[in-house]
Write a protein that binds this ligand. Structure first.
Ligand SMILES: *Cc1c(COP(=O)(O)O)cnc(C)c1O
Length: 403
């Protein structure tokens, strides 16, 4: 048996489909975001990062760094165990209280990542119900899909944000069966937002639980960064609000918030929570500082929105095919995987602009795009450089213009 051949064949297949991924080897300059050093072919060049999910630049906030270093010095680095076996530090307890407050919920539970939180929580919550059915938005993130698969429950997929379709599916299910509707608030490849209130209304009518992934909204929306559910005053209506510490909060880790009973049940049953070492105390200390800072600094959110609106305007004014987005995400359509990759290679090689191409399977084939994420630290001058470079690349590769 030549095992190596199978590994090589699998990569060949991906290459043949033009979706082989090459990672940029970056060294971010703390204090100088969004600038970074990019190592490539033995050389290192300064680039401007335009595709980070460190949306608010919290990864370099001096207050966060100070809290992280202080926690490391006081408590050491690794937590030394699972939550049950000596891995619960007081910082974990404080962070969970902070996150429960952020979302107006009774309790919160930390996981090692947002991915793990979705996988563990969705599978556990639904497995606790007899014969549960999961209703899932067609565009849900891979981590929610993993949770649904691992639940072993029946799943029904509704067309993206299509409330009539969701209602039709709900109607077909025996009213006596438990149901969970799983969806995101901000869909981060298009920058659209779910009709959360309508989903909650349907959930009430048909007796379903609701599970919302606010990963691309926590820290960024609502008076204190509680996400779209906070902005729209809907926090009470969701059964579970899930989030990450890795994007708006610039750290790493994931969490769910919900009723005390639900969180206790997940805490007591989810293997992805129980059988793994907890987040390192320095990460948790930094995350506490970040969440507190972001809650208090609404001007950061305002600046973030202002930057995104400005860039969208500039992209549209330049005649580039800006995709409709009602959020901080600035997607620009290319519509071809090879050209999408060539455009981003050209931006990096000739303009020192780093944007990762977004190709299948992250987005449907034929909708390959650049996904640009301006932060409060992307200045007007950087935006002018970016749009100038995009216009040139669009001409050089004869990419499609705005409709
Ligand atoms: C990034 C992402 C996650 C995973 O969060 P991590 O903390 O990066 O593991 C979950 N859901 C959505 C929608 C995401 O985009």
């Amino acid at each position: 048996m030549d095992y190596e051949e199978y590994f090589k064949a699998s990569v060949q297949k991906i290459k043949a489909e033009d979706r082989y991924r090459v990672f940029a080897d970056l060294e971010r300059h703390s204090g100088n975001y969004p600038h970074a050093l990019n190592r490539r072919d033995g050389a290192a060049e300064d680039v401007v990062v335009w595709c980070s999910n460190d949306y608010l630049g919290q990864g370099q906030n001096p207050i966060v760094l100070e809290a992280l270093v202080e926690a490391a010095e006081k408590l050491g680095c690794g937590s030394g165990g699972t939550r049950n076996i000596s891995g619960t530090t007081h910082l974990h307890v404080i962070l969970e209280e902070e996150l429960a407050q952020l979302h107006g919920k009774e309790a919160a539970l930390l996981f090692t990542s947002g991915y793990v939180s979705n996988d563990a929580a969705i599978s556990t919550i639904t497995q606790l119900m007899p014969d549960c059915v999961i209703l899932s938005d067609a565009w849900n993130h891979a981590s929610m899909i993993a949770g649904i698969r691992h639940s072993g429950c029946e799943k029904r997929i509704y067309d993206h944000c299509d409330m009539a379709h969701l209602e039709r599916l709900l109607k077909e299910i025996d009213p006596a069966r438990p149901k969970l509707i799983a969806f995101e608030s901000v869909y981060s490849m298009d920058g659209d937002i779910s009709p959360i209130k309508e989903i909650c209304d349907l959930a009430d009518t048909y007796g379903a639980m609701t599970y919302i992934d606010e990963v691309h909204a926590v820290g960024l929306y609502g008076d204190t960064g509680g996400g779209i559910t906070q902005r729209e005053g809907l926090q009470d209506r969701l059964t579970v609000i899930e989030g990450t510490l890795a994007k708006g909060f610039g750290m790493v880790g994931g969490y769910i918030t919900g009723s005390a009973a639900l969180v206790d049940a997940v805490r007591s049953n989810a293997p992805g929570f129980i059988f793994t070492t907890t987040l390192p105390p320095p990460v948790v200390g930094g995350a506490i500082a970040s969440v507190r800072y972001v809650r208090q600094h609404n001007e950061l959110r305002e600046k973030h929105q202002e930057r995104a609106a400005k860039l969208k305007q500039m992209v549209a004014d330049a005649g580039l095919p800006l995709m409709e987005s009602v959020t901080h995400i600035v997607p620009v359509m290319v519509g071809d995987p090879v050209l999408c990759k060539r455009a981003t290679d050209m931006l990096l090689a000739d303009y020192n602009i780093y944007i990762q191409p977004i190709n299948y399977p992250t987005v449907p084939k034929g909708t390959e795009r650049l996904r640009i994420t301006p932060s409060p630290f992307h200045t007007d001058a950087l935006m002018e450089d970016l749009v100038g470079a995009l216009v040139e690349v669009w001409q050089r590769l004869e990419l499609r213009q705005a409709a």
